[in-house]
Every structure is written in C-alpha cells, then in structure tokens.
Unconditional design. Structure first.
Length: 90
C-alpha cells in the first residue's frame, strides 16, 4: 500500500514517483476528510465536561518551556524519521 498514514508520507511518495500525482491528491483528500470526520466524532461522543485533558487529546506545546521553533523542529525531525522508516520498509 505504500503506508499512506499521513499527508507527509503521501507527499514524499508522490515526489519520489512511487505514487502517481492523481492518486496522491485523492489520498490527501481522503486523509483530510478522515481527520475531520474523526475529530467531529470525537467531539460529538466525548463532551467537554468529561475531557480531563482540556484539549480532547490534541498536542499542546508548553511555550513556557519550549519555543515555537523548537516545537516545529521536533515535528520536522519526527516526520523525517516516519517517512524514512516507511521508505526503508516498503
């Protein structure tokens, strides 16, 4: 399948010619719609009063301890390793 588990992986597979561009666009649309559907279902099922994280499990950066640049760098590095592992195992 190529492991199209997020948009960064799909983009990398399209850039490297492993996935045709038109399929990449379809995968991207499906991934975005799936994330919106999942977030909507989570918000509908899990009320704000029952949420102990106050963010429904979303990632939040503590800007008292980390800068926005550090958070971005961590995301870039994590995405690189994710794409690298998929490319090496596919």
């Amino acid at each position: 399948s190529g492991g199209h588990i997020n948009c960064a992986v799909t983009l990398a597979l399209v850039i490297n010619g492993i996935t045709p561009w038109y399929l990449g666009v379809l995968y991207l649309i499906a991934q975005l719609l799936g994330s919106l559907l999942g977030a909507g279902l989570l918000a509908a099922i899990y009320t704000c009063d029952a949420d102990l994280t106050s963010g429904l499990g979303s990632n939040v950066v503590d800007l008292n301890n980390f800068s926005a640049g550090q958070a971005l760098l961590a995301e870039v590095i994590g995405t690189f390793f994710l794409v690298y592992v998929i490319f090496e195992s596919a």
